[in-house]
Design a binder for this molecule. Structure first.
Ligand code: AMP
Ligand code: MG
Length: 270
């Protein structure tokens, strides 16, 4: 049994350097073994979500980050098959609207937080405000550099108020991104997803890596840990994310609520 959380969690206070990692690593797993194991984890997640939803006392927030083509959409598509859509809202954070820009950067994020009983998924998140915003200098360094502490304080507040936070960084290498962009371009059912802007962003690969390294180093905390998932292999990514999420929610021991006090035992309904 692999302890995915122990293997992939960023210990608070450690310096992360993505460039030094093997992003094709599978922790000894192969695809043939991973597929049934993933199905099993998804079954476990389905059961846990049902309990969490019935209980309606705690919320879970799943944050997904990663460079373009890292597999955020694919992970959602796979892992969400475990969930009743009624209890698992997905929010995709895009370029902020004028209204969003008229507020502080956490405003749109706080509004999108899952309610008690829900497992909310963020496809991108407030981390964009120390990633794309930093790389493109959309605000000066003096502004974004203060955000790591602000994000930690925000997440601490959320956790203290009943939300369990789990953050996944899907890490692919430069060659894998190239291959995925090419495949996206070559496939007529996927070309719509490809934009020339993706190639412009790809030119800033090193700037993004530096921004990722700093965000992962500064914002992995006990209440909101980062897991860096080696994501070159999609089947491994799915197994790791599903297992870590199931283990995290299992720790909450979500339970079905007691039967209402006025409901007798042995009732036969006519
Ligand atoms: P996609 O994930 O392909 O749908 O693209 C969403 C785009 O929105 C990405 O290029 C992000 O970098 C961008 N985006 C998300 N949040 C922000 C933000 N806070 N400021 C600027 N751009 C953002
Ligand atoms: Mg995109």
């Amino acid at each position: 049994m692999t302890d995915f959380r122990r293997e992939l969690r960023i210990e608070p206070g450690t310096r992360v350097r993505l460039a030094g990692r093997d992003l094709g690593d599978t922790l000894g797993w192969d695809k043939a073994r991973a597929e049934p194991a993933t199905t099993q984890e998804l079954d476990r997640l389905a059961d846990l979500q049902d309990r969490l939803w019935a209980e309606s006392k705690r919320a879970v927030l799943v944050v997904l980050q990663g460079i373009d083509a890292a597999g955020k959409d694919g992970t959602i598509k796979k892992v969400m098959t475990a969930f009743n859509p009624q209890g698992s809202p997905v929010t995709s954070f895009k370029v902020p609207s004028l209204e969003e820009l008229a507020h502080d950067y956490l405003w749109r994020v706080h509004r999108a937080m899952p309610r008690k009983g829900e497992i909310g998924i963020f496809n991108r998140s407030h981390y964009e405000d120390v990633l794309v915003v930093r790389v493109h200098e959309l605000v000066p360094r003096t502004v974004w550099s203060k955000r790591y502490d602000q994000i930690n304080a925000f997440e601490r507040h959320l956790a203290a108020n009943g939300t369990t936070i789990v953050k996944f960084f899907l890490a692919i290498d430069r060659e894998e991104q190239r291959a995925r962009f090419q495949a996206r371009y070559d496939d007529p059912t996927k070309r719509w997803k490809f934009s020339m802007g993706d190639l412009e962003e790809r030119k800033r690969w090193d700037d993004y890596q530096a921004a990722f390294d700093e965000a992962l180093s500064k914002t992995s905390t006990d209440v909101a840990p980062w897991y860096v998932i080696p994501a070159n292999r999609k089947w491994f990514r799915n197994l790791a994310v599903a297992t870590i999420l199931a283990d995290t929610i299992a720790d909450l021991k979500p339970a079905y609520p007691p039967v209402a006090a006025d409901v007798p035992t042995g009732l036969v309904i006519e």
